[in-house]
Design a protein around this ligand. Sequence first.
Ligand code: PLP
Length: 418
Amino acid sequence: MHHFTRSIAEQDPTIHALLEKELHRLGTTLQLIPSENFASKAVLAATGSIASNKYAEGYPGRRYYEGNEYIDQMEQLAIDRAKLLFGAEYANVQPLSGGPANMCVYEAFLQEGETVLSMDLAQGGHLTHGAMVNFSGKKYRFVHYPVDPVTHRIDMHTVREVALREKPRMIVCGASAYPRLIDFSAFRAIADEVGAYLFADVSHISGLIVAGVHPNPLPFADVVTTTTHKTLRGPRGALILSRQEFAKALDSAVFPRIQAGPHQNMIVAKAVAFHEAMQPEFRQYAEQVVANAKVLAEALTEKGYTLTTGGTDNHLMVVNVAAKGMTGSEAASTLAKTGMVTNKNMIPYDTASPFVTSGVRLGTPAMTSRGMQEADMQHIATWMDRALSARDRADALLAIRQEIEEHLASFPIYDSYA
Ligand code: PLP
């Protein structure tokens, strides 16, 4: 019996029903998690394409499997577009996600136990930048540069001091919850002074970088990783960028040391996303992401909220809700009841546990993809303030939820889940 041509609805009604519910949830709630976005239908179609079926261990032109003549062309296009987009000599588009990409970088550049200097997860860094619960923290000796206790900004004098003291083999810059620009050239100068590799993980900001609204880590960094599904608005996945001199070490770290068969459907979708990111509309999009974040940050500040670093230069912000008498987890769960989907987040020098936290992290990439502009950010700030002020009143939260749903009706996103 062949069921190859049936729709999901016919083939698997249970999953179909859940996908319909997820589509409705996305359509009727505000996606404010800064690491999320809405990929185009073309990108989504590529992820569900026939390229999913192929094994292609190796690299274009040197595979361990036959039948890759078209797959090779698609992967080569993804590589060439990535290089052009970021201005890089080398790109590897096979990493399955940001975590694996970072693992490949450490594998290519470091020996077990070597010292790496990065930002702490608790201050805005990422799990894979040396957290003790992660492979990175177990396999290498990570030390951290603290953000300034008052401004919560990265202080390049402090980075230099710690680097001179710890003599790291690698310095990592880039973060998951840092709302300001990263000075890659200043990091480069410190890396040169102490003889360290410079690794920039620009997962969050790569869409802003290619649009020219955030400085580019190339050519300062020796190696750069980014996820493709955040501000870059591609499929879930990642890529590695570097100079030709590190090509061999990075290629062999990705395959065969860390990964085996690449996901060619995701590679094709990355190629489509890179093509989209080269268009003038993408630049406008990224500019609007930043403009929207600024307005949201200012509106929240006017309502009496404290933001770490006092605001934002990029697509995200971290609101200190403890200053308003609640925990991050209380705030995030209250907001979720009104259809504002966020995540709790530690603030620098947080005294609450990672599960409770004192902050909420907000970002504008997804709602900007949906077409929202400055005036909508003012509405969001007002809804947030109302929701957090009425957090024990179910009726008030429900009223906000209805207002949000009505507002969202004029910002259609997908007409179907696939
Ligand atoms: N690096 C940074 C800075 C991130 O923010 C993230 C994801 O949030 C990652 C790496 C990991 O990416 P993934 O979740 O795709 O493994």
